[in-house]
Design a protein around this ligand. Structure first.
Ligand code: ZN
Length: 632
């Protein structure tokens, strides 16, 4: 997922495989490796405790879900039945599901037998446990239910919040522990499930899921889905709207509202190459299709790696394909996260640290080392800033989230500290050995979950011991802050930007700036380094030369607007208003409203803009902005 982490700009290209060892060595090696991995996995499996589920999945586990649901836009609710096919490992007499803010109507065993059940009182963090009494011969448990207006996973958009402004829209967000609020299930990443679904939606609308998907609407408004590869249930996902599909090649395509379809297809045209390139790096893509749905502008996040269909913000549609790295990040999750999944939310860095590492390796192949170093340095700066703000307990890779919501831990620590730890290992053992290790890691653990301990045991056995590498692992994994041996990044491309800044600051003449070959990153670095002593006239001169106010690039526009507000440059006013009215992504809204709120006049302007734009924001965003503007 891309929520906190903000670096963009990755693309992918074909990457040559590192040379493999000779055939004989490889075969021998593989046999003993698999055996040992099995031992490690078995040894540690029983120790896994997920504190964020109320379910008894270790005793009796739901293995497959059949959903038969109707999406009702008038009542803003989803209702129907979920049938769980269960595996009773311990001959238990009850199965416990996670639910939150759901109405349970009835429960049937084996399709027809009325079951007795108990819905526990609500725990604000974890929800209400649903305990269903089962028997020895119970194979399936069917729960009839409906969602309520409190359901956290669902976002219901009115037509004004969409691109076409003609139809309503809804989508789900399961990660981290929200799936239980739209389906009663055993909501732990440790458990993998398959699912099938039948979804009824109003006529004229299309439903898509993290499964095989229809490519066009039908007259009945009933759509069938199947996900035959096992997934953790936070990846169960559904979106419904006036959607159309356009294929990009034989295994990639894009879903979007009609008004966004062509521009989205243009922007994401290279997705097929991205998948090919990712496969060259860490092995076959295991999910058949890779499609992206471009959600309405009020989607408050960057992206979500729902398998087979990544959910994405429309702010990446810049017109010049410069922001598609977000797609690369979500694609990388097809290996790290979706294929090999953190067993509990305490191990979240295993999902995100690997994904950031994967992203940057690909960038290096495409744009070169200097470019990738620039990304890593920006990431390092983000991490340093985050570490200054976070309490020590949240600065560790291995977290202890007892009593906390897992979303509290979705910080740069998992993403960037995780990245730098993996980069350190790469630097210690050499890239060739690290790449072979990673490729095997994904292959050996595919469609499984893994804890930090299991990963560290595997790392030691397969890489550190054989290469006689000593590492201060405990300091990295279990201690706050950044260890001394964190890799140091020297980004030469930023040296050049800094030289340009110095040159420019001599007499603030924008014509001295040589920006022809600047990527968006260099622009961001430049704009971030404009201090607040710059005058309004100097801002106007920069604007006249580079037309920054009208940048179609949301990253550049957002930082330019923020600087302009800070120095009261008013040439942006109309564009700022239009931007805040159109974009619902919290990452952009928050700093802009914060900048406005610094002066009484700005605060008033901010409130006016907010009043006119509020309907276009998801509650996640409007809730944040109301606090900034003193409206809450
Ligand atoms: Zn992610």
């Amino acid at each position: 997922m891309k929520i906190v982490y903000t670096l963009l700009f990755t693309a992918l290209a074909f990457i040559n495989c590192e040379q493999a060892p000779s055939e004989n060595t490889e075969n021998t090696h593989t046999v003993s490796k698999e055996k040992k991995t099995e031992e490690i996995t078995t040894k540690n499996k029983t120790e896994v405790i997920d504190e964020h589920t109320l379910s008894n999945y270790n005793e009796v586990a739901s293995k497959h879900l059949d959903l038969d649901l109707e999406v009702n836009f008038e009542t803003k609710s989803i209702s129907g039945v979920v049938t769980h096919t269960i595996e009773n490992k311990t001959n238990a007499d009850k199965i416990v599901f996670d639910t939150k803010y759901l109405i349970i109507d009835k429960v049937l065993l084996n399709g027809s037998e009325i079951a007795t059940y108990k819905l526990a009182p609500l725990d604000e963090l974890l929800g209400s446990a649903l305990e269903v009494n089962i028997k020895e011969d119970t194979k399936t448990v069917s729960i009839y239910y409906s969602t309520t207006e409190k359901t956290e996973a669902l976002d219901w958009l009115v037509p004004s919040q969409t691109a076409n402004k003609t139809s309503p829209f809804m989508y789900t967000q399961g990660q981290s522990i929200f799936s239980r609020s739209w389906i009663p299930l055993q909501d732990t990443p440790e458990l993998r499930i398959t699912y099938a679904a039948q979804i009824k939606v109003p006529k004229g609308m299309l439903a898509v899921m993290s499964a095989n998907n229809p490519v066009q609407k039908n007259d009945e408004g009933v759509y069938k889905f199947e996900m035959t590869q096992s997934i953790p249930c936070y990846l169960l996902a559904l979106a419904v709207g006036d959607l159309e599909f356009k294929a990009l090649d034989d295994r990639t395509g894009v879903y979007a509202e009609p008004a966004m379809l062509e521009s989205s297809a243009y922007e994401l045209a290279d997705m097929g190459k991205m998948v090919d390139a990712a496969e060259q790096l860490y092995g076959p893509y295991q999910w058949e299709r890779f499609d992206v749905i471009v959600l309405p502008p009020s989607f408050p996040f960057g992206g979500m790696e729902n398998p087979r269909i990544t959910f994405a913000t429309p702010t990446i549609i810049a017109g010049d394909r410069s922001l598609v790295s977000l797609i690369a990040h979500e694609l990388a999750h097809s290996w790290s996260g979706n294929l090999v999944t953190n067993a509990t939310w305490n191990d979240f860095w295993l999902n995100e640290g690997f994904t950031v590492y994967f992203e940057r390796r690909i960038m290096e192949e495409i744009e070169g080392k200097d470019y990738a170093d620039m990304l890593a340095l920006l990431g390092f700066q983000d991490l340093e800033r985050t570490l200054k703000e976070l309490p020590p307990n949240f600065q560790k890779l291995r977290l202890n989230l007892t009593g906390f919501h897992p979303d509290d831990a979705m910080t740069d620590v998992a993403y960037e500290k995780g990245y730098f730890f993996l980069r350190l290992i790469e630097e210690k053992v050499g890239r060739e050995k690290f790449d072979l290790f990673l490729k095997e890691y994904f292959d050996v653990h595919k469609f499984q979950t893994i804890t930090t301990d299991q990963f560290l045991a595997y790392l030691d056995e397969k890489l550190l011991k054989p290469t006689n590498t000593k590492l201060n692992i405990d300091e990295w994994v279990n201690q706050p802050g950044l260890p001394e041996n964190c890799p140091k990044i020297d980004a030469v491309l930023f040296d050049n930007v800094e030289k340009q800044i110095a040159l420019y600051k001599v007499d603030y003449d924008p014509s001295v700036l040589k920006t022809d070959k600047w990527s968006t990153h260099e622009w961001l670095h430049f704009l971030r380094h404009l201090d607040n002593s710059i005058s309004k006239d100097q801002m106007a001169e920069l604007d006249a030369k580079f037309n920054l106010t009208n940048s179609g690039n949301s990253e550049i526009a957002a930082i330019w607007f923020e600087k302009s507000i800070n120095v009261n440059y008013r040439g942006i006013d109309n564009a700022l208003k239009a931007f805040l009215n159109r974009v619902g992504r919290r990452k952009f809204l928050k700093p802009l409203y914060e900048a406005l709120a610094k002066t009484p006049e700005g605060l008033e302007r901010g409130r006016e803009i907010f009043k006119a734009s509020k309907d276009n924001y998801h509650y996640v965003s409007s809730n944040t902005i109301e606090k900034i503007l003193g409206l809450k």
